[in-house]
Design a protein around this ligand. Structure first.
Ligand code: ADP
Length: 369
């Protein structure tokens, strides 16, 4: 089946046309500056469609949707009723869901006869037990307003967990894994017996690890302090767009720039790197405790796949769990590799993620079911 995978952001549209029978990516592209140079998502999709090969037959569309709430725990065929439910969810995820909805509406207008599926970043984490998803705040805030941990990057965590079992030659159901998706956004997941049992992002993608521009975990009183001083909208911008690697270093949200600055002697870039890897180590340790064991640690995302320094800091800093880094393997970039000594457990693995491929496969599976 030829599946067009759409990942609509507020000002960009990423797309790939994937043949799910062969796994081949037939076209991929990115339309940027929606809202400025490109008027809207419909125009962006129109532009994307013109880049598809003449032989393309779009048989299905898979939409990445960030937040599925408690309503959507699996990929779901899009109908009018589903769209209404998705609209309601925008109150839970006002920063993240509206662009996806614009993408869905644009696609339905341009390709009215093509079946479409929504694939949710939250779905893989719908297996979290209540003790992992409940915050210690008045219970009504959960039961009436849905304030709980949902978790994100689920498509990626699910994909690399499955791949890890392949690489290790073991049944996923027998494994305790920690998967680290480290891109511009970053999250960790504890995957036990093939299901997500905890994850570091929460009610929104702001919680957890240090990210490119998001703060990750902080004392919530800091958010209150910022909101009192600057108002809630500005406070949100500071924590979501001006914090993390960028805000702390004052240099960049790109780790490559931080390494350069740190090598050139910039103290704050060095501190930023230390804060980031310290938090990563604590997170992995916490999940090893949560699962009472750890068989493998998986690195993925732009940083996880390409940054040997971060991997070495995390793995060497967790030697008490039994990790022994294979320095030579750790120097490889962007490919599936075991970076701990062969045959030893626990293992640390690098597995390039494939969110678009996974969305295409899930779309096909949902429609063929
Ligand atoms: P997104 O979360 O936007 O999908 P990616 O997973 O592509 O992002 O990760 C992007 C980040 O990965 C960059 O901001 C940069 O910090 C990091 N990165 C990419 N390539 C490298 C590299 N070769 N070495 C170190 N870090 C890298």
């Amino acid at each position: 089946m030829q599946v067009l995978v759409l990942n609509a952001g507020s000002s960009s549209l990423k797309y790939q046309l994937i043949d799910t029978n062969t796994g081949e990516v037939l076209t991929r592209g990115l339309v940027e500056r929606i809202g400025t140079d490109v008027p809207d998502h419909t125009a962006a999709l129109h532009q994307a469609m013109t880049t598809l090969p003449e032989t393309a037959r779009v048989e299905a569309v898979g939409h990445r949707v960030v937040h599925g709430g408690e309503r959507f725990s699996a990929p779901t065929r899009i109908t009018d009723a589903v769209l209404t439910d998705l609209d309601r969810l925008s109150t839970l995820a006002p920063l993240h869901n509206p662009p996806a909805l614009q993408g869905i509406r644009a696609a339905r207008a341009l390709l009215p006869a093509v079946p479409m599926v929504a694939v949710f970043d939250t779905a893989f984490h719908s297996t979290l037990p209540p003790h992992a998803y409940t915050y210690a705040i008045p219970y009504d805030l959960y039961s009436e307003h849905g304030l709980r941990r949902y978790g994100f990057h689920g498509t990626s965590h699910a994909f690399v967990a499955r791949e890890a079992a392949h690489v290790l030659g073991q049944d996923l159901r027998d494994l305790k894994l920690v998967t680290l998706h480290l891109g511009n956004g970053a999250s960790a997941a504890a995957v036990q017996g093939g299901v997500s049992v905890d994850t570091s992002m929460g009610f929104t993608p702001l919680e957890g690890l240090v990210m490119g521009t998001r703060s990750g975990d902080i004392d919530p009183a800091i958010a209150l302090w910022l909101a009192a001083k600057h108002g809630p909208a500005r406070a949100s911008d500071i924590l979501n767009r001006e914090s993390g690697l960028l805000g702390l270093s004052g240099v960049s949200n790109d780790l490559r720039d931080l390494h350069r600055a740190a090598l050139a002697g910039a103290d704050r870039a060095q501190l930023t790197l230390q804060v980031m890897v310290y938090r990563l180590r604590k997170q992995v340790g916490a999940y090893a405790a949560a699962m009472n064991g750890l068989d493998a640690l998986v690195f993925t995302g732009g940083i996880g796949e390409n940054d040997p320094w971060v991997r070495a800091q995390v793995v060497n800093g967790l030697s008490f769990l039994g990790f022994h880094l294979d320095e030579e393997c750790n120097e490889r970039r962007g490919q599936t590799t075991r970076i701990t000594l062969a045959g030893e457990m626990p293992a640390a693995l690098v597995i390039p993620t494939d969110e678009e491929g996974e969305i295409a496969r899930q779309t096909a599976t949902t429609l063929l079911a």
